[in-house]
Design a protein around this ligand. Structure first.
Ligand SMILES: NC(=O)c1ccc[n+]([C@@H]2O[C@H](COP(=O)([O-])OP(=O)(O)OC[C@H]3O[C@@H](n4cnc5c(N)ncnc54)[C@H](O)[C@@H]3O)[C@@H](O)[C@H]2O)c1
Length: 244
């Protein structure tokens, strides 16, 4: 498989969980540089130190357009270009819709959807200019509906439409835009689910277990490598057969 030699990547929310596993994999695949755009600077620095390689930690709240502009400038200063963007930063504020506050709604829309908008708004023009780019958006199996997650599901479903539309706009510029829809991956986000609900979730996965962040990272790597050059606008379910 084509590695990432000479490629510079941005991974949002890469301080832990799936994002950190993607960064580790990118470095193992010889990426020239990876920038972690992360809300929690200490987490990002810890991840960069653990992974080694040319990984830089940049504090950035992706729901803030000014932060994203500043992070883009710092990344370009360090790397000179951005070939790969993984829109991974995401949050949940799970609650039944009739009890959901506007603040819980806005917080999730702000990070998961508007954050992807801000990052693409900065980076897509650079990719168009260089006639090359790989964008990977983290959707979710919740895009297809999950009780207690109307806010989260709305963002993850929106990301699918966004991905497909941006792919159609960008293909002639040698840019691929794809999405991954994981079901349940073993990270802090999943560990925040109450144990009795988690047990019920796992019982619904034919594989009989949670996925690992590394299993997700290998899919993100494929969609970020030149081996996926004609794969554009797809949503890859990574669900242990839960969504077939
Ligand atoms: N874990 C799962 O089972 C699962 C399933 C489907 C989709 N996903 C998606 O995968 C992505 C990663 O999930 P995870 O499980 O690794 O989550 P996680 O909670 O373990 O890590 C998320 C990271 O994003 C960072 N972050 C949060 N808000 C941010 C912001 N405003 N700006 C920048 N960084 C921010 C956090 O600090 C954290 O490091 C998310 O988009 C999530 O919705 C996860």
């Amino acid at each position: 498989m084509a590695d990432l030699k000479g490629k510079f990547a941005v991974v949002t929310g890469g301080g832990k969980g799936i994002g950190a596993a993607i960064i580790k994999r990118f470095v193992a695949e010889n990426a020239a540089g990876v920038a972690i755009w992360e809300y929690d600077q200490a987490l990002a620095e810890k991840c960069a130190a653990e992974v080694g390689g040319n990984v830089i930690a940049i504090r950035c709240d992706v729901s803030n357009g000014e932060d994203v502009k500043a992070a883009t400038a710092k990344t370009l200063e360090a790397f000179g270009r951005i070939d790969i963007l993984v829109n991974n930063a995401g949050i949940t504020r799970d609650v039944m819709f009739h009890k959901m506050t506007e603040q819980q709604w806005d917080a999730v829309i702000g990070v998961n959807l508007k954050g992807t908008y801000y990052c693409c708004k900065e980076i897509v023009p650079l990719m168009r200019e260089q006639n090359y780019g790989k964008i990977v958006n983290l959707s979710s199996s919740s895009a297809y509906g999950n009780a207690g997650q109307t806010n989260y599901s709305a963002t993850k479903a929106a990301l699918i439409g966004f991905t497909k539309s941006l792919a159609k706009e960008s293909a002639r510029k040698n840019i691929t835009v794809n999405a991954i829809a994981p079901s349940m991956i073993d990270t802090d986000m999943m560990r925040s689910v109450p144990p009795e609900i988690l047990t019920r979730y796992i019982a619904g996965i034919p594989a009989g277990r949670l996925g690992s962040p590394d299993e997700l990272a290998s899919v993100a790597f494929f969609l970020s490598s030149d081996d996926s050059s004609f794969v554009n606008g797809v949503v890859l379910d990574v669900s242990g057969a839960a969504r077939t």
